[in-house]
Design a protein around this ligand. Structure first.
Ligand code: PMP
Ligand code: GLU
Length: 396
């Protein structure tokens, strides 16, 4: 009999990935499914970026690159961090990865030892706790309050810290709640981390998709905080490049060197062609992406209005392309005489009977919630809302 290792057996599969794949399989079988689950821009990667990849292929840039990425992309990342984030890094502080996911996983493996604790503000992005468990660490969940905008306070953080704490995972702008921390909030969190020697893993992948307020990088708050922080970002969301798989990490040179040592044994470099495309993306003019953000803002407003009218209470998120809604008022009601027992149950029946894919709150440590992506065409959103409203209309 096939034996799967304990390490892998004890982690959960990614629900965002699973539901996206389930919806796709249903579509391939001929079902008409509205996809509002996976967080993936529906836009094409801008032409200037695609052309840079074609050029790379034509000039034969098809070999291994250094594990940390080509000198060109590392220089482009340094320019980007300095220009957009006031983070001034040297080349040895930068590493390119296969998506931000790989950067996060490598950083966690490098920073977290067996039975050491990682503070995970909750709701969290689906993969953080499982990445921590894979590194033999222990995720410590710190609940965030909806009425406080789903943001970690210094008091909550202090309460979560123990002698075993090593890392805080901070995600701003945040998936799934769309929260954005102010500079002052980041400073007060950084102050607690500094006093306790806690490292910060700052996931900033949604930095370009902000509607209200401004994105700040915690590492830019001051020099001592920069030393404690590994900043993670990537091209998937900002440049509609999910399939190219380019992310990156910036941090202390010794941490980055350890991450590169690990990748050198595991995966070597990310795709050379994707790196060339990403270099062009990082240097492209701001107009290339601001049109997408404007479209997300209009879609957000459309979805919030439609869902509230349909009986799903939700507020406008300040950032990202997700709506995070409390569906407590719908749980316990019946669909075709069967009680809806959990958000997982709600989600599965919505998919099966109404043909709409959304993600259950359980994926983010937040039962009684669902997450919907508005990175979808207007018409898709309108159809999705119509079907959700009809589904809710049939509840008794
Ligand atoms: N962090 C967050 C908060 C995300 O939502 C995602 C999902 N894409 C990632 C990291 C990973 O992104 P990538 O596609 O670059 O691996
Ligand atoms: N990050 C996206 C999401 O939250 C894509 C899927 C994934 O990588 O988890 O839906």
């Amino acid at each position: 009999m096939l034996q799967i290792s304990d390490r892998v057996s004890r982690i959960a599969a990614s629900k965002t990935v699973q539901i996206g794949e389930l919806a796709l399989a249903m579509q391939l079988r001929g079902r008409d499914v509205i996809q509002l689950a996976t967080g993936e821009p529906d836009f094409d990667t801008p032409a200037v970026i695609r052309n840079a990849a074609i050029d790379a292929i034509s000039r034969g840039a098809t070999r291994y690159t250094p594990v940390r990425g080509t000198p060109e992309i590392r220089a482009a990342i340094c320019r980007k961090l300095s220009r957009d984030n006031q983070l001034h890094c040297t080349d040895d502080q930068i590493m390119v990865t296969a998506g931000a996911k790989q950067a996060l996983a490598l950083a966690i493996e490098v920073l977290v030892g067996a039975r050491q604790e990682v503070i995970v503000p909750t709701p969290y992005w689906v993969s953080y706790p499982e990445m921590v468990k894979l590194a033999d660490g222990i995720p410590v969940f710190t609940p965030l309050r909806a009425d406080l905008g789903y943001k970690l306070s210094p008091d909550d953080l202090s309460r979560a810290i123990s002698a075993r704490s090593r890392v805080l995972i901070l995600n701003t702008p945040g998936n799934p709640a769309g929260n954005v921390y102010t500079r002052e909030e980041l400073l007060s969190i950084a102050d607690v981390c500094r006093r306790h020697g806690i490292r910060i893993l700052s996931d900033e992948i949604y930095e370009k998709i902000v509607f209200n307020g401004r994105h700040h990088s915690i590492a830019a708050c001051d020099r001592r905080i920069a030393d404690l922080t590994v900043t993670i970002n990537g091209c998937s969301k900002a440049f509609a490049m999910t399939g190219w798989r380019i992310g990156y990490a910036a941090g202390r040179a010794d941490i980055i060197a350890a991450m590169a040592k690990l990748a050198g044994q595991r995966t070597t470099c990310p795709s050379s062609i994707s790196q060339a495309a990403a270099s062009a993306a990082l240097d492209c003019r701001p107009g290339t992406i601001s049109d997408m953000t404007d479209a997300y803002r209009r879609r957000r407003d459309l979805m919030v209005a439609g869902l509230n009218a349909a009986g799903i209470r939700c507020r406008k998120p300040a950032a990202t392309f997700y709506l995070f809604a409390d569906i407590r008022n719908l749980l316990g009601r019946k669909y075709r005489k069967q009680e809806l027992t959990s958000s997982q149950d709600f989600t599965m029946r919505l998919l099966e009977h109404a043909g709409v894919a959304v993600v259950p709150g359980e994926a983010f440590g937040a039962p009684h919630h669902i997450r919907l992506s508005f990175a979808a065409a207007r018409k898709t959103i309108e159809q999705g809302i119509e079907r959700i409203a009809a589904f809710i209309g049939q509840l008794s």
